[in-house]
Design a protein around this ligand. Structure first.
Ligand code: SAH
Ligand code: SF4
Ligand code: F3S
Length: 441
């Protein structure tokens, strides 16, 4: 299938948004590899530029148009340059992108990436934003390019939750889980090529319910089967919804040594009134009890979350409830966003709060999270953790890797290689990383 006749064409991909886009970009690069494309890091030397976009907040999707604006000069200098738009803005806006930006040649939605090889060879402009019946993953090349000892594996896509603020159910479609056998095969293949850590991805990854031996499997069962693969040392998963954390998954955090002690569990708000308006279908109390259950089986787990401030109708009291929730949990990390009204979502109908109010709340929330993040880092000093080396550090003989708790750790370890999983004692904490010394060399 690979076309070796032509000189390789160069493909530049820019990825915005979540880790599922990162995974998809890799798969698109492999698909276009069958048409003779090799990836480049240098946009100016590209024969094709592919922008894999995100629609989650207004700023994210506006970035596409400013980047396209900047590509005009390159297209003028290289008229044969192909420009493609993929991802969630492609899905949401489709042909509108071609109308607004005539320099774009193709628009492809997240469920149609397997059709890219044909689309690049088509004459004229093409748009494909269907939700096809076939599974794109079955039609994408399976030999995946690897970038190190860690890999993403998308196990589930789409979302049926319809939080009132969120575009994902519209851009990624309904929840679909990939079958167990395919995932185990892909994971074994990754491990055979040196991968030691796999992060399972899904918009609602813990809502996973894939076809497996004897019926439908939940995420915990899938994790247990993956943990049996020899050489697969670490497992993580993201992103989860509090309502889909079942007993089996909570238990897995206590009894699966490969499942790392870090969990991203978005709560969005600590106010029940706002959670209701957001259509989250859980309360602050429900979230706090869930955290207790997880900590009961894995006391050292580091928790992270997502927060939206300034949701329509959020009062000072509601915001204080969110701050209280943060104080009672104690997060190791968190992502926080100012509410952004997204066209087509129910919340977009409601009046927005003044920007100054949201800005001030965001600042206060981020200051609190930063304090907690620093405290969590400080608490690691003196402890022994596993570190998987991902790349050499900037200093001579230094390696950089991630700890079990997902902290970046620098270690002076001149004889080590990328991909080594070693024991390290943490010796110091700085703003965004830890330093440690190797124990078992
Ligand atoms: N599926 C995941 C993540 C979805 S998007 C989940 O359910 O948690 C990642 C984060 O972006 C969300 O958790 C939310 O905090 C934020 N987000 C989504 N829509 C937003 C909006 N309209 N304005 C601001 N932040 C938003
Ligand atoms: Fe969006 Fe809510 Fe679905 Fe997460 S659970 S993707 S926030 S609709
Ligand atoms: Fe963005 Fe789409 Fe991911 S909207 S966050 S790229 S699912």
């Amino acid at each position: 299938m690979t076309d070796h006749s032509a000189t390789p064409k160069k493909l530049f991909i820019k990825t915005y948004g979540c880790q599922m886009n990162v995974y998809d970009s890799e798969r698109m690069a492999e698909a276009l590899g069958t048409k003779g494309y090799v990836t480049t890091e240098v946009q100016d030397e590209a024969d094709m530029v592919l922008l894999n976009t995100c629609h989650i907040r207004e700023k994210a999707s506006e970035k596409l148009y400013s980047d396209l604006g900047r590509l005009k000069a390159l297209k003028t200098a290289k008229p044969d340059l192909k420009i493609g738009v993929a991802g969630c803005v492609a899905q949401a806006e489709g042909a509108e992108i071609l109308r607004r930006m005539p320099l774009v040649d193709l628009v492809v939605g997240p469920q149609s990436y397997h059709r890219l090889p044909e689309m690049v060879e088509a004459k004229g402009k093409v748009v494909d934003t269907e939700f096809p019946a076939e599974d794109k993953f079955d039609h994408l090349p399976t030999r995946r390019a690897l970038r190190g000892p860690t890999a993403f594996l998308t196990v589930q896509e789409g979302c049926d939750k319809f939080c009132a603020f969120c575009v994902v159910p519209y851009t990624r479609g309904a929840e679909v889980s990939r079958p167990v056998a395919r995932l185990l095969a892909e994971a074994r293949d990754l491990v055979s090529r040196g991968v030691k850590e796999i992060t399972l991805l899904g918009q609602n990854v813990n809502g996973y319910h894939g076809e497996g031996a004897g019926g439908s499997w939940g995420l915990a069962r899938l994790l247990r089967a993956l943990a049996d693969i020899d050489g697969l040392e670490r497992l993580r998963y993201t992103t989860s919804h509090p309502n889909d954390m079942d007993d089996d998954l909570v238990a897995a955090h206590g009894d699966l040594p490969q499942l790392m002690p870090y969990l991203h569990l978005p709560v969005q708000s600590g106010s029940d009134r706002i959670l209701k308006a957001m259509n989250r279908k859980h309360t602050a109390e429900h979230y706090l009890r869930l955290i207790e259950r997880i900590r009961a089986v894995r006391p050292d787990i580091l928790l992270s979350s997502d927060f939206i401030v300034g949701f329509p109708g959020e009062s000072d009291r509601d915001f204080e409830d969110t701050m209280d929730l943060i104080r009672s949990v104690g997060f190791g990390a968190a992502f926080s966003f100012k509410y952004s009204a997204r066209p087509g979502t129910p919340a977009a109908e409601k009046p927005e709060l003044p920007a100054e109010v949201s800005d001030a709340r965001l600042q206060a929330l981020q200051a609190l999270i930063t304090t907690q993040q620093r405290a969590a880092q400080e608490a690691m000093v003196g402890r022994e953790v596993g570190v998987l080396y991902e790349k050499p550090g900037r200093l001579d003989g230094q390696m950089m890797g991630k700890s079990d708790h997902l902290h970046a750790v620098h270690v002076i370890d001149p004889t080590a290689k990328v991909g080594d999983l070693v024991r390290v004692r943490i010796t110091a904490s700085s703003t965004n990383s830890l330093a440690g010394e190797r124990l078992d060399s």
